[in-house]
Design a binder for this molecule. Structure first.
Ligand SMILES: NC(=O)c1ccc[n+]([C@@H]2O[C@H](COP(=O)([O-])OP(=O)(O)OC[C@H]3O[C@@H](n4cnc5c(N)ncnc54)[C@H](O)[C@@H]3O)[C@@H](O)[C@H]2O)c1
Ligand SMILES: [Fe+2]
Length: 400
């Protein structure tokens, strides 16, 4: 079995690590474009980052108008700002939205062209402007992955640009930045991380050679990714609900951030699977957050994929010390209870999906072959429609 790992040159984690940003940035250049969004730009941590950069002698220019889910017109505006500033590095301070925006702008400012030229895997011809990724949510793992997810108004699904050249140069994961996340942001980002770990760990093992590991981006389940997925589950499992219920619980906040980054390393190599493929059209159609959709689908897909993945589910259950005669089922039930506790809806009806739209959503999701090839279950249009139907009814029993 082949394994591979691509990661930032240096990843710092822990409280107070944002103070290091000036020191790291100095290695990359003198003129920085700081990318963020209007909410984060008002937080005290943002001012600390600007001060640390300036204290290290950096010239700091800003683009703080990121918009959730990275619409293409915002990519254009951020790119125009980057061309004006001509930075030597980009510093992204924000959730997945901000980091993904900065990643694609780093590609465009270096290699030119249009985002559409890079949709898909490994179409970026070489290294890009270096990026320091500083997450303010604990969830997407974008600070360690090759991926940027964009919203193109001409497409019904979100699109991904993915290249080994897009891994940030440095990542600073300081849990203090997440203290200001409201409960819903903590919940949806955190459940996204749970899905990353579980989907990577239950993915199919593919017979890839070194060429695919070098030229491709996602290679299916492998030992290296598995270690990160298990560490992620052990950190997220006991702590996510705690962090949602008490945003001031520093221990829980730190564990969830560590778990999210580990889950990012896991899925950044193994890949995600059907819950993510199904979220793409549902998220676009219902305008609901990414984490809400993947979290909603996870228990249904796991139920549909039993018993093929029972062994992996039992290993995940062991990570959480879940006992019982059917540990695989105990794990799925744990996900159902976590969803309920942190406010992830249990059915598609609750988020306004109509029964007669399910076939169309199944057809759209079936085109996300990059992710579906990782799923061990039935990913035909009929198989996906069956999962959508059970998720619409809110009834896992329909999948047995
Ligand atoms: N690149 C990847 O590997 C990857 C993986 C998964 C998801 N994604 C993408 O990431 C995006 C979702 O990212 P996200 O879940 O981090 O949410 P987000 O970045 O869209 O942020 C959600 C909301 O929370 C606010 N927010 C962020 N940090 C805050 C803080 N510390 N305090 C207060 N408010 C804060 C933001 O301003 C925004 O309003 C989606 O576009 C998704 O497709 C990317
Ligand atoms: Fe995700």
């Amino acid at each position: 079995m082949i394994g591979t790992r691509r990661s930032p040159r240096q990843l710092l984690e822990g409280e107070g690590t944002i103070e290091a940003v000036g020191h790291l940035a100095r290695d990359l250049g003198h003129r920085a474009l700081l990318v963020s969004d209007p909410i984060i730009a008002e937080q005290p941590g943002f001012a600390t980052i600007v001060a640390a950069l300036e204290a290290s002698g950096l010239e700091v220019e800003r683009f703080v108008d990121a918009v959730s889910d990275v619409p293409l017109e915002v990519v254009d505006r951020c790119l125009a700002r980057a061309r004006e500033v001509d930075p030597e590095l980009i510093v992204a301070v924000g959730g997945g939205t901000v980091i993904d925006l900065a990643k694609v702008v780093a590609v465009l400012v270096t290699h030119g062209g249009d985002p559409r030229d890079y949709y898909g895997e490994n179409l970026v011809p070489g290294p890009v402007l270096p990026l320091i990724a500083i997450p303010t949510t604990a969830g997407t793992g974008s600070e360690v992955t090759t991926v940027s997810v964009l919203s193109d108004p001409d497409r019904e699904l979100k699109v991904g640009v993915s290249s080994v050249h897009m891994v940030p140069a440095f990542a600073i994961c300081d849990p203090e930045l997440t203290y200001s996340c409201p409960p819903s942001v903590t919940a949806f980002a955190g459940i996204d991380a749970v899905c990353h770990a579980v989907e990577a760990y239950t993915a199919t093992t593919r017979d890839v050679g070194w060429r695919e590991a070098v030229e491709g981006v996602l290679i299916g389940k492998n030992d290296l990714a598995d270690q990160h997925a298990l560490r992620a589950m052990a950190a997220l499992g006991p702590n996510l609900a705690r962090a949602v219920e008490d945003g001031g619980d520093r221990e829980a906040r730190a564990a969830v951030m560590r778990g999210a980054t580990d889950a990012g390393v896991a899925f950044g190599h193994a890949g995600t699977a059907a819950p993510h493929a199904l979220q793409y059209p549902i998220g676009a159609g219902t305008k609901t957050p990414h984490g809400l959709g993947v979290g909603l689908f996870l228990p249904y897909v796991l139920t549909a994929n039993r018993p093929i993945i029972d062994e992996q589910l039992a290993e995940l259950a062991a990570c959480l010390d879940l006992a019982g005669s059917d540990p695989a089922e105990a794990f799925v039930e744990w996900v159902v209870e976590l969803d309920a506790r942190i406010g992830v809806p249990a059915s598609l009806q609750e988020i306004g999906v109509a029964r007669d739209e399910l076939r169309h959503y199944a057809e759209l999701a079936s085109t996300v072959t990059r992710l579906l090839q990782n799923d061990p279950g039935d990913t035909s249009v009929e198989g996906l429609e069956r999962v959508l139907h059970a998720a619409w009814e809110g009834d896992r029993e329909l999948l047995r």
